[in-house]
Write a protein that binds this ligand. Structure first.
Ligand code: AKG
Ligand code: FE2
Length: 288
């Protein structure tokens, strides 16, 4: 069933990927996941920007016909919740409620994630990495459901003092992360959340919803609100957070879409090799 919807089949990076197939910070992640997105058709043709190929249909497992409606309904509900939330965030930042909506994409992403239990005595750093330290790159904001019982820990965030703190599991709540693009748009006032997941002796499930950013958003457009944020204090973050791979923040690519494509290719190299040979080598070599 898992191989029938393998992510390697999809130029849109949608589908199942197995344990160890994804890497973060150059080290392989000990988790398996199915990635879904807002159900859209593929529109990319020769001559269009390559990043438009990120848009496309989901792969649905035949063995679970009920999943299609559940996932589509969940994505729609989260898209609405996310928009309401953005209105409140805008007001908290002295902006009109609709300001932040203009950055939104037609495509949001959702993952069903499973972290297998690590084996007792398995203490090496590599086996402990559920997912390595990162700032979310798929999202404007992330709404994460920790879907295992409260005693199953694993998610940690880096605080301003550079310490990793456990994020408690509170049933009926979402963990909300700020994504990389939001840090750019707020000119560093709202730092993207640096977080990671450690493997534990119990398996763990999570369901992150990544509210999407317009693929054609340029760096210039992303900086349009900088004058507004000049009167705010710059956010504080430890050196470890500043070193996180974040191509849009560090200024290499012109559009959010290209940055996203690069991140996806670096995380899922087989897909990069198969579907994006024209940029594969460049994106892999480009460390930061
Ligand atoms: O599993 C989690 O709690 C977090 C997952 C995560 O950070 C991600 O997939 O970006
Ligand atoms: Fe994340």
């Amino acid at each position: 069933m898992k191989q029938a919807i393998a992510l390697e089949n999809s130029p849109h990076f949608l589908g199942y990927s197995g344990t160890g197939s994804e890497s973060t910070g150059g080290q392989s992640d000990q988790r398996e996941q199915v990635e879904f997105a807002t159900e859209l058709d593929a529109i990319w043709q020769e001559g269009m920007p390559l990043y438009e190929r990120l848009r496309g249909p989901n792969q649905w497992p035949e063995a679970f016909p009920e999943l299609r409606k559940v996932v589509n309904d969940y994505v729609q509900a989260m898209a609405r919740l996310g928009e309401t939330f953005l209105g409140l965030v805008a007001q908290a930042l002295s902006l009109s409620p609709e300001t932040l909506l203009s950055f939104l994409s037609d495509q949001h992403r959702l993952k069903l994630v499973h972290y297998p239990a690590s084996k007792p005595g398995d203490t090496g750093a590599a086996s402990a990495q559920g997912v390595g330290p990162h700032k979310d790159s798929s999202g404007w904001w992330t709404f994460l459901l920790q879907a295992s019982p409260p005693e199953v820990k694993g998610l940690q965030a880096l605080n301003k003092a550079g310490q990793w703190v456990d994020i408690p599991v509170k049933p009926g709540t979402f963990v909300v992360n700020i994504g990389q693009a939001f840090e750019v748009v707020t000119a560093g006032v709202c730092k993207a959340t640096t977080h990671r997941v450690l493997s534990g002796l119990q398996e763990r499930y999570s369901v992150p919803f990544f509210q999407g950013v317009r693929r054609d958003l340029t760096r210039t457009e992303a900086r349009a609100l900088s004058p507004h944020f000049a009167s705010f204090e710059e956010g504080i973050e430890p050196d470890q957070a500043r070193e996180i791979d974040s191509a849009f923040l560090h200024g290499k690519y012109d559009t959010w879409g290209e940055t996203q494509l690069r991140t996806k290719i670096r995380s899922h190299r087989d897909n990069g090799r198969i579907f994006y040979p024209e940029v594969f080598e460049d994106y892999i070599k480009d460390g930061n």
